[in-house]
Design a protein around this ligand. Structure first.
Ligand SMILES: [Zn+2]
Length: 68
């Protein structure tokens, strides 16, 4: 990934730099090979992954690749 700007957290209203990637899939609307991602800062990794795992959407949490 080669984004020119810092990747920010996907949580609403949060502008912290993301440090994790939440990989998820909604079986009702996505084919199994489809992977959606959210980014999360340290603070929101927990609530966002909880939100997804409650719905059985969460597949895994990866560290966000850091440029530079
Ligand atoms: Zn955040």
């Amino acid at each position: 990934m080669n984004a020119p700007d810092v990747v920010v957290c996907s949580a609403k209203g949060c502008r912290a730099p993301a440090r994790h990637t939440l990989v998820w899939n909604n079986p009702k609307i996505h084919t199994p090979d489809r992977e959606k991602t959210w980014t999360a800062c340290d603070e929101h990794r927990e609530p966002l992954s909880h939100h997804l795992s409650m719905r059985s959407f969460l597949r895994r949490v990866d560290p966000l690749p850091q440029d530079r």
